[in-house]
Ligand binder design. Structure first.
Ligand code: HEC
Ligand code: HEC
Ligand code: HEC
Ligand code: HEC
Ligand code: HEC
Length: 216
């Protein structure tokens, strides 16, 4: 058969093909890593707060229940944020004159809520509901991590759609007994989940992954 290209030309061509294949594989990989990278989702980045509130101290050391400050978490879509009154129930007695608590005192005087910066806000087109999760055995720790050890509150999960769906496709292994949802550092007891709960969630999968569950 007659040669169409010279030997060097076809060698160069082969090299070119291999290089472009490598480049496109690299681009796909990079895109994948980028989409998955926690930095894109601000994971681990604290937000500037008006008062340097510490969960490690208040929930970890002092052992205050999450519901003392996030009062709606079992009843409503939003967990709710503490008012100045809630802080002052203690801080009218401890650290009374502390300048770092000035925003709390002035909020009380002005009757305006403290403007905490949020670290978890979802875009408006995505719907989330705390009560729906907490009352079904999805724990704070599962979505927010070891809050009781945080000096500055940060995201530990991306809160991306892919992350939501990972659980919604098969929630059963992530569930805890109802009384353990506030527990931090929970170790599952390796007891198998009741069959009816398993059966319920293999049914619920369809509903939990349909677009209008979260985009309504
Ligand atoms: C149940 C009581 C209680 C409540 C409610 C409470 N605190 Fe405290 N807080 C304390 C105690 C006790 C300390 C001091 C601990 C110490 O000195 O070791 C403290 C310390 C602090 C400190 C100083 C932390 C540091 O850097 O050492 C800040 C800031 C603070 N609290 C902010 C708040 C804010 C903001 C709220 C409301 C969202 C609040 N606290 C609600 C009991 C409470
Ligand atoms: C004494 C009051 C208090 C208690 C108790 C408390 N928190 Fe908070 N929480 C706050 C304050 C104040 C903020 C806002 C400042 C910050 O983000 O650090 C906050 C913020 C948060 C956020 C971030 C909210 C956002 O804007 O995205 C999460 C998540 C959270 N708390 C979870 C918990 C969990 C879980 C518990 C129980 C283990 C708990 N909190 C107990 C006062 C409290
Ligand atoms: C299934 C995951 C999930 C669980 C379980 C969960 N959260 Fe959240 N949390 C979120 C998401 C997502 C947001 C952002 C909500 C938004 O922007 O609409 C959020 C926001 C918050 C906020 C700030 C805004 C608000 O809603 O007022 C607080 C405080 C909070 N969570 C506390 C808690 C506490 C306390 C628990 C446990 C009782 C808990 N969360 C359980 C996913 C979860
Ligand atoms: C660790 C598991 C888990 C994660 C993560 C999770 N969910 Fe859920 N979600 C559940 C379970 C379990 C239910 C309750 C299903 C039931 O029994 O109706 C639920 C229910 C819901 C419901 C209510 C459905 C209804 O019909 O009432 C909405 C809305 C929802 N999830 C949105 C979200 C969003 C948005 C995210 C991500 C930001 C998220 N979920 C992350 C487990 C999870
Ligand atoms: C379990 C909840 C859940 C379900 C089910 C769900 N989504 Fe989402 N979706 C989210 C959340 C949360 C976000 C926002 C993530 C972010 O950008 O912060 C989102 C974002 C999006 C976006 C914007 C993407 C972007 O990059 O900004 C589109 C488009 C979308 N969803 C389409 C869909 C479609 C189509 C379906 C059905 C096949 C669906 N979603 C099902 C939770 C859900």
């Amino acid at each position: 058969m007659a040669q169409l290209f010279t030997q060097t030309a076809s060698n160069a061509f082969r090299v070119l093909i291999v290089l472009s294949l490598l480049a496109s594989a690299g681009a796909v990989l990079l895109g994948y890593v980028w989409a998955r990278s926690d930095a894109v989702w601000n994971v681990g980045k604290p937000a500037p707060q008006p008062v340097p509130f510490r969960h490690d101290l208040h929930t970890g050391s002092l052992g205050i229940d999450c519901r003392y400050c996030h009062t709606n978490v079992e009843r409503a879509a939003d967990a709710g944020m503490p008012s100045a009154q809630t802080c002052m129930s203690c801080h009218s007695q401890v650290w009374t004159g502390a300048s770092i608590l000035e925003p709390v005192r002035s909020s009380l005087v002005l009757g305006q809520p403290i403007s905490w910066a949020s670290v978890h806000r979802l875009p408006d087109f995505a719907y989330f509901n705390h009560a729906a999760h907490v009352t079904r055995g999805v724990a704070c720790e599962t979505c927010h991590g070891r809050v009781d050890q945080m000096t500055r509150t940060v995201k530990t999960q991306t809160m991306s759609m892919g992350w939501c769906l990972e659980c919604h496709r098969d929630p059963a292994p992530h569930l805890r007994p109802r009384e353990e949802v506030f527990t931090m550092g929970y170790e599952p007891h390796r007891e198998s989940l009741p069959d009816d709960v398993r059966a319920f969630y293999s049914e619920a999968r369809q509903r939990l992954t349909s677009c209008n569950t979260c985009h309504r």
